[in-house]
Every structure is written in C-alpha cells, then in structure tokens.
Design a protein around this ligand. Structure first.
Ligand code: ASP
Length: 345
C-alpha cells in the first residue's frame, strides 16, 4: 500500500549574496523548505558543472528521484532511504562515486563512503577501496554489524570485510568510465597545475570536475540519516582520503540534524563542516542559516595556495526544515517527499 506523506505548511526562501571575505568575493546560494513528514534530499556535487555535463546530471538525478520516491512511499527507514539513493547515484555513471568515479594518479578508481543514523549515532565508513561497486552499501553493513568495535575500514581491510560479509568484489576496471580515463590523461599532462581546491571555483571545470554524491533523509518516524560517497579529488595520490568518509566532516546525523557535504575535502575536514552545521542548528539557527554561516566561515578560514577561499556545499534536514547551500557556481541537487519530486542544477 502506498502511504501518503503528511504534508505541513511549506514556505520557501531563496537567497543569493556576495560576501566579502579578506577581499575575496563569495557567491553564496541557498534555499530552505519548511516541511513535516518524510523527505529525502540528495546532491550530486558542488562545483562549476559545465553546460555539457548538465544533461547527464539531470538524468542521474532523475534516476535517483525514482528510487528515492519509491523508498519514501514505501515508508523506508531513513538509513535505508539514504543508502538506496546513494547506491543509485553510485550506479549511474554521471557522478564521481562508484562507477564513473575520478581516477587516482595510478589511473584507478579509489572510493570513499560513509553513512550514519541519527537514531543511535551508529556510523560506518570505508576509504580508499578499489574493488567495491557500492561503497555506501559496505559502509552501511559496517554500521549494522560493527557493534561499535569498528566503524571505519581502509583499502584492503574494507574489501576483506565486504568479502566476508557477502559483497562480491569487482575488478577496478569495471568502475572506470571512459570519460574518466580521458580526464585522467588530460590531467596527467598538466599535473603540476593541479590543486584540489581549484575545481570548486568558477572556471575550474575542465579537466577537473567533481560530482561527489550524498543524501539526507527524515523518515515517517522523524528519524534522520545521512550518507556521502565519492571518488575523491581528481588525480589524487593513492591512499588520499578527504572529508567524505569522515563523520562530522563529510556527513553527520543525530536526532536534530542530518548533513551531507561536498567540496574541497581538505578544507571541509579542517572545519568539520557537517558538525559545524549541526552545532549552529543546536544553537538556534535555521538549517539554511547554519549552512550559510558554516560555508562562509570555511571560505574565510581555509585558503588555497593561490589565496582563494575554500568552497563547497551541503544539504541539511532537521525535524522541521530542509536546506541546501553552496558557494560553488553550481550544485546538483534533488528532493522528494513521495508525492512531489524536484531537481535543480
Ligand atoms: N569532498 C570530496 C573530496 O574531497 C570531493 C567532492 O566533494 O567533490 O574527496
């Protein structure tokens, strides 16, 4: 039976502003929706998504909205909903997660993912895994079976855990999209100019690009959950881990807030972006105000070698609100409450 979600009053605010920070201008985009009842929000990365990539991103968001809407209608628990949505994004190929992930310096896909439930604060994360088709699924298995003894596993350890708990390991080649093989060749030719902060700013799109994915959900019981999955930064050294699989940085969920972030991972980890949003919400900020303030502060505090402030984006859900905010030129995002499903780029 299809349950109709309860709908509460919805009000929307959209805003855009340029903030001065140490002489640098920052474009900050955000939107908030006040909602009650089940809601799933996803993102497919914040960066200067080029026009040529918009169509594949739309298709990718559409495929996750179909899976996500079904999950919401079936009254999936928040943890199951964010896992389902993130798996759909990992499978699509348009994004920097699962199949289609960006390649490391060796030309291999090397994946990170983390997932957390606000019901118990249990989380699981895998990092630098090269043979997992769905790293978020393995992270969830770790969440469910680790019993607090182990929460994060790296590389071969993550793969051994996956194998031992019934996940088939795949050859790395099956995760490599031809588009990423070509990108790898282009970046290799100009590796010296490559800095991970660059592609989150205007004009940094090619040959770089980012499309980390994530999801946050509030289910019918009001429980919150968050998940994030990525191939990391383009041409990263083997073994590099960013923010995405780190609780409090790339994802976070408790009884009050669920957050998934994207952007320059070294900066996001430095400021604990997801946890920063959470603390501001607990201090009384709306979800949107908390996201805006946290992103602005990261931009002020963390600088790339060329002086540019750190940029990124996040999606947030609380018991009564949902918000998106980003300081990059574009951010792919979508949401569904089971009856109304939308996407934006
Ligand atoms: N935050 C990710 C990382 O640094 C990249 C991204 O969000 O696109 O690994």
């Amino acid at each position: 039976m299809i349950a109709r979600p309860r709908r509460g009053p919805i009000s929307r605010t959209g805003s855009f502003s340029k903030l001065g920070a140490r002489g640098m201008s920052l474009s900050l985009h955000s939107r908030q929706v006040e909602t009650r009842g089940p809601l799933l929000l996803v993102h497919g990365g914040a960066w200067d998504i080029p026009d040529a990539a918009l169509e594949s991103h739309r298709e990718g968001l559409q495929s996750v909205l179909e899976a996500g809407t079904a999950a919401v209608q079936e009254e999936a628990e928040a943890l199951a909903g964010v896992t389902t949505a993130t798996r759909a994004l990992e499978a699509h190929g348009a994004f920097n997660a699962g199949y289609g992930a960006m390649l490391n310096q060796d030309g291999a896909a090397e994946l990170d993912a983390g997932v957390m439930t606000g019901a118990t604060l249990d989380y699981g994360a895998v990092m630098a895994a090269q043979r997992l088709e769905h790293p978020v699924g393995v992270a969830r298995r770790l969440l469910e079976t680790g019993e607090g003894r182990v929460r994060m596993l790296v590389g071969e350890g993550a793969e051994r855990f996956a194998d031992a708990t019934g996940t088939e390991l795949v050859p790395n080649e099956t995760l490599v999209h031809p588009r990423e093989r070509r990108r790898h060749e282009r970046i290799r030719a100009q590796a010296e100019a490559n800095h991970p902060s660059r592609s989150f700013r205007p004009g940094g799109a090619d040959p770089q690009g980012r499309d980390t994915v994530g999801a946050v959900m509030r289910d019918a019981t009001g429980t919150l959950a968050a998940a994030t999955s990525t191939g990391g930064t383009p041409f990263k050294p083997p073994g590099r881990v960013g923010d995405s699989p780190l609780p409090g940085a790339g994802f976070y969920a408790d009884a009050h807030v669920a957050v998934s972030t994207t952007g320059w991972g070294e900066a996001i980890a430095a400021v604990g972006l997801a946890r920063s949003v959470r603390e501001r919400v607990r201090a009384g900020d709306s979800a949107e105000a908390a996201a805006r303030a946290s992103l602005s502060r990261m931009h002020e505090q963390v600088r790339a070698p060329d002086g540019g402030g750190a940029t990124g984006g996040c999606i947030v859900v609380t018991p009564e609100e949902a918000a998106v905010a980003f300081t990059t030129p574009r951010m792919a995002r979508a949401w569904t409450d089971g009856t109304d499903a939308r996407q934006r780029l």
